[in-house]
Design a protein around this ligand. Structure first.
Ligand SMILES: Nc1nc2c(ncn2[C@@H]2O[C@H](COP(=O)(O)OP(=O)(O)OP(=O)(O)O)[C@@H](O)[C@H]2O)c(=O)[nH]1
Ligand SMILES: [Mg+2]
Length: 496
C-alpha cells in the first residue's frame, strides 16, 4: 500500500466544511492544497473525471436530542457514484436517492462525490487513481463507511476495502439492510433473509478480507450497522453449504406461507371480489393513498420502504359492490434482483389484480424516471397486462410545469393529493368505472330463508330492482357468472 502525504490526516480540529469545500471544488483545486490533479491545465478529461462533490449531501440534524441519539447509532458515511450516462442532473438525483436510502438505514451522510467515467472500473468501481483521493477524503471527514451507488462485484468490494481501510457497502446491501430493519411480518422477515443470504452467498470471499464481517444476530436486529444486520453465521469460514441449507429451509417456509395467502386470495376470487393493487415508487404515497381512499390507518412515513407487508382493505362502490385495495412494497430504481425474487409471492398480489393504481410522486424532480423504473419491475413480475391508472400524487407540492411532460406522455394520468384530498373522489369514480362489471342479467325470486343470497347480490353484483313479495324477495340484478349459477334454482321468467 502506498502512503501519500495527507494534509488532513492529523488535523483533527479543522473545520470540516472548509475541507469539504476545498477538497472537492473543481474550480479551486490548486489553491486548496488538496490537489486531485498534479496540474489543472490541459487535463480536460482528467478534470471531467475528477471526483466532484454533490452539494447538499450531508445529513442535516435538526435538534439536539436527535444528534445525541444518532451519534450512538449512526455510521458516518461517504457516498460515491460513477456517472456513466445521462445528464449531470440524473447523476445527482441518483446520489440524492442514495443519500435518502442511507439515512433511512440510520446513517449520517458526510458527503457525496461522483466521478464521470465511461463505465465503472472493473477492479475498483471508481478509477483506481481516484481511490487514493477518496481515501484521503475518508480520513479527512472521519467516515467509517463508504457506500457505492451501484452493485459491486465481490472483487471490487474487496479491493476498495483494502485500499480505503473502511467498510464498503453497495447500494444493494443498503437496500437489503433497510428491508431487514423494516420487515415486520414473519413472511416479510423470511423474504428479506432469503434475499440477504442470496446476496451473501456470492460474496463470501469478498467479506473475509482484512475487515471482519462477522455479522451477528437476526434480521432486523439493531446492532452491526449497514450490511451487518444480516442473518447470522456470515464469517468467511462459513460453509457455503450451511447457507444453502438455510436458503432451502426458508424457501420451504415461504411456500407454506404463500399457500395460506393464496387461499385467502382464492376465496376472494370465488366471490368475484375485484381487487385493486396500489404499486409504485417508494415514498410516492401509496399507503397515504390507501388511507385517503379507504380510511385504513396504515403506517405512513417519510422514509423509503416503510411498507413491506401488503395490506388489503375492503371497500364498496357507490352502488354497494365490495372490492379490495392492496397496498404493496415500494419499488426503486434497480431494485435488487434478489429482493424481487424473494418478494415474488407478495408481488403476485399486483400481477393478480384486476386493476393497478400506479402511484407516482408528483413532487419528485424526475417522475418519468420513476414511472420507468416501476414498469421495469412490473415487467419482471409479469404484471404488465394488468390495466393501469397512473396516479400522480402529492399534487399539492407538485410544480404544474414539471408535470406537463408526464401528463403529455400519460394522458390517462390523474393528479391527486392524498394529503389534501384533491382528486380523490375523481380517482374513486375512475376506479369504479374500470373495475370488471358483473354482466349477467338475472331475475330471481328468493325465499326469505335465503337472505344470504340477497346480501351477496348486493355486495357482489348490481341490483336494478327489488321488491318484497309474499313469496320472497324478487330481484332484477346483474351478477358475475358464479353467482348467476347459484341463483339458477330461483330464476323466474323474465317479464319484460
Ligand atoms: N405533501 C404531500 N405529502 C404526501 C402526500 N402523500 C403522501 N405524502 C407524504 O409522503 C411520505 C410517504 O408517504 P407513504 O404513504 O408512506 O408512501 P409509500 O409510497 O407508502 O412509501 P413506502 O411504503 O415507503 O414505499 C409521507 O411523509 C407522507 O406524509 C401528498 O399528497 N402530499
Ligand atoms: Mg407504504
Amino acid at each position: 500500500m502506498t502512503t501519500q502525504p495527507n494534509a488532513y490526516e492529523e488535523t483533527e480540529d479543522v473545520d470540516l466544511d472548509l475541507i469539504q469545500d476545498d477538497a472537492l471544488d473543481d474550480e479551486d483545486t490548486s489553491s486548496s492544497g488538496y490537489d486531485y490533479e498534479q496540474s489543472t491545465e490541459g487535463l480536460d478529461l482528467e478534470e471531467r473525471q475528477a471526483l466532484r462533490r454533490v452539494v447538499g449531501m450531508s445529513t442535516e440534524l435538526t435538534d439536539i436530542s436527535e444528534v445525541e441519539y444518532r451519534k450512538l447509532l449512526l455510521e458516518r458515511v461517504l457516498l460515491v457514484g460513477v456517472w456513466t450516462e445521462g445528464s449531470a442532473e440524473d447523476a445527482e438525483n441518483s446520489l440524492t436517492e442514495l443519500k435518502l436510502l442511507a439515512e433511512t438505514a440510520g446513517s449520517e451522510v458526510l458527503d457525496g462525490v461522483i466521478q464521470r467515467r465511461k463505465k465503472p472500473d472493473p477492479a475498483t468501481f471508481i478509477g483506481s487513481g481516484k481511490v487514493q483521493d477518496l481515501r484521503q477524503l475518508v480520513a479527512a471527514l472521519g467516515a467509517d463507511t463508504v457506500i457505492a451507488d451501484g452493485e459491486l462485484a465481490p472483487a471490487q468490494l474487496r479491493n476498495l476495502e483494502d485500499r480505503l481501510k473502511v467498510k464498503v457497502v453497495d447500494r444493494t446491501a443498503l437496500i437489503l439492510d433497510i428491508f431487514a430493519q423494516h420487515a415486520k411480518s414473519k413472511e416479510g422477515k423470511a423474504q428479506v433473509e432469503l434475499a440477504q443470504l442470496q446476496y451473501m452467498k456470492q460474496r463470501l470471499r469478498g467479506w473475509g478480507g482484512n475487515l471482519s464481517r462477522q455479522a451477528g444476530g437476526r434480521v432486523g436486529a439493531a446492532g452491526g450497522g449497514i450490511g451487518g444486520r444480516g442473518p447470522g453465521e456470515t464469517k468467511i469460514e462459513t460453509d457455503r453449504r450451511r447457507i444453502n441449507t438455510k436458503i432451502s429451509k426458508l424457501r420451504r417456509e415461504l411456500k407454506d406461507m404463500k399457500s395460506t395467502r393464496s387461499t385467502m386470495r382464492q376465496e376472494r376470487r370465488r366471490h368475484a371480489v375485484p381487487s385493486v393493487a396500489i404499486a409504485g415508487y417508494t415514498n410516492a404515497g401509496k399507503s397515504s393513498l390507501l388511507n385517503a381512499i379507504t380510511g385504513a390507518g396504515v403506517l405512513v412515513e417519510n422514509a423509503l420502504f416503510a411498507t413491506l407487508d401488503p395490506t388489503t382493505r375492503r371497500t364498496t362502490t357507490s352502488d354497494g359492490r365490495v372490492y379490495t385495495f392492496t397496498d404493496t412494497v415500494g419499488f426503486v430504481r434497480h431494485l435488487p434482483h434478489d429482493i424481487v425474487e424473494a418478494f415474488r409471492s407478495t408481488l403476485e398480489e399486483v400481477a393478480d389484480a384486476d386493476l393497478l393504481l400506479h402511484v407516482v410522486d408528483g413532487s419528485h424532480p424526475d417522475p418519468l424516471a420513476q414511472i420507468h423504473a416501476v414498469r421495469e419491475v412490473l415487467g419482471e413480475i409479469n404484471a404488465t397486462d394488468v390495466p393501469e391508472i397512473i396516479v400522480i400524487n402529492k399534487g399539492d407540492l407538485a410544480d404544474p410545469i414539471a408535470l406537463a411532460p408526464v401528463l403529455h406522455r400519460e394522458p390517462r394520468a390523474l393528479v391527486v393529493s392524498a394529503r389534501t384530498g384533491e382528486g380523490i373522489d375523481k380517482l374513486k369514480e375512475l376506479v369504479e368505472a374500470s373495475l370488471p362489471q358483473p354482466d349477467i342479467a338475472v331475475e330471481a325470486l328468493l325465499p326469505y330463508d335465503r337472505g344470504d343470497l340477497v346480501s351477496r347480490i348486493h355486495s357482489e353484483g348490481a341490483v336494478d330492482q327489488l321488491e318484497h313479495t309474499a313469496e320472497g324477495t324478487r330481484l332484477t340484478a346483474r351478477v358475475h357468472p358464479a353467482l348467476a349459477g347459484e341463483l339458477t334454482p330461483y330464476q323466474v321468467a323474465t317479464t319484460s
